[in-house]
Design a protein around this ligand. Structure first.
Ligand code: 13P
Length: 250
């Protein structure tokens, strides 16, 4: 079944104390919603976030994980380590990981396989850069990213996948895709998944929008039939804004 999801990607923000504060306020103010609410703190604060959100509807996700089960990968975190502290959801393929940490479609395909082998749910990020959008290549870029990292999967794996379309030019820039731009490419994404896996898989797939989604523009983005929620960066760090965004999901 297609779910509505509002996910906060905290990126490299919030130390332990700030994380606890944000979670506590979020729990106090959390509105009634049919959307799934996800937060993705940094690795070091994940265990604490799981502890603080137990008995609440908030789901805690990792921002990344390594594809190897274990071994000599200094500075990395494995799926089993995350599992051991109660994490069952991870973001993968964020454009900042692709840009600054050389993640490729090929390495991401391996991460996807490992995450699925551990029965994780994956929020998989895709999206074009500004030059690609200007050159009219955004459809092609997004299609390539999905094909290379996800089209080797068997059909049943798709129940564990959430896609997040995040145009790189909109991330942290204050420039948001218009509702029309978001709907256009979300519908395209759903169509390419339908062409490969069939209409039921595509209809059940949640496709989130990310990139300067905020308290002001969330409602107009979420009003689109193919926008099933948001992956929120900066605005997820401001509790009242995050709450407004959750409320914007009707
Ligand atoms: P901003 O909402 O800060 O633009 O970040 C979006 C994002 O990258 C979420 O993963």
């Amino acid at each position: 079944m297609r779910r509505k999801v509002i996910a906060g990607n905290w990126k490299m923000n919030n130390d332990a104390e700030q994380s606890v504060q944000l979670i506590n306020t979020l729990l106090q103010k959390l509105p009634q919603t049919h959307a799934e609410v996800v937060i993705a703190p940094s690795f070091v604060n994940l265990a604490l976030a799981v502890e603080k959100t137990k008995n609440s509807p908030i789901i805690v996700a990792a921002q990344n994980m390594h594809f190897a089960e274990k071994g000599a990968f200094t500075g990395e975190v494995s799926a089993s380590m995350l599992e051991a502290i109660g994490i069952k959801t991870t973001i993968l393929g964020h454009s900042e990981r692709r840009e600054y940490f050389n993640e490729t479609d090929e390495s991401l395909a391996k991460k996807v396989d490992t995450a699925l082998a551990h029965h994780f749910r994956i929020i998989f990020c895709i999206g074009e850069k500004l030059a690609e959008r200007k050159a009219g290549k955004h459809f092609e870029v997004v299609k390539g990213q999905i094909e290379k990292a996800l089209f080797h999967l068997p059909q049943q794996a798709w129940t564990s996948i959430i896609l997040a379309y995040e145009p790189v030019w909109a991330i942290g820039t204050g420039e948001t895709a218009t509702p029309e731009q978001a709907q256009e490419i979300h519908a395209f994404i759903r169509k390419i998944v339908a062409d490969k896996y069939g209409k039921t898989v595509a209809d059940d797939l949640s496709i989130l929008y990310g990139g300067s989604c905020n308290a002001k523009n969330a409602a107009s983005l979420f009003a689109n039939p193919d926008v099933d929620g948001g992956l929120i960066g900066g605005a997820a760090l401001i509790v009242d804004d995050f709450i407004t965004i959750i409320q914007a999901m009707k």
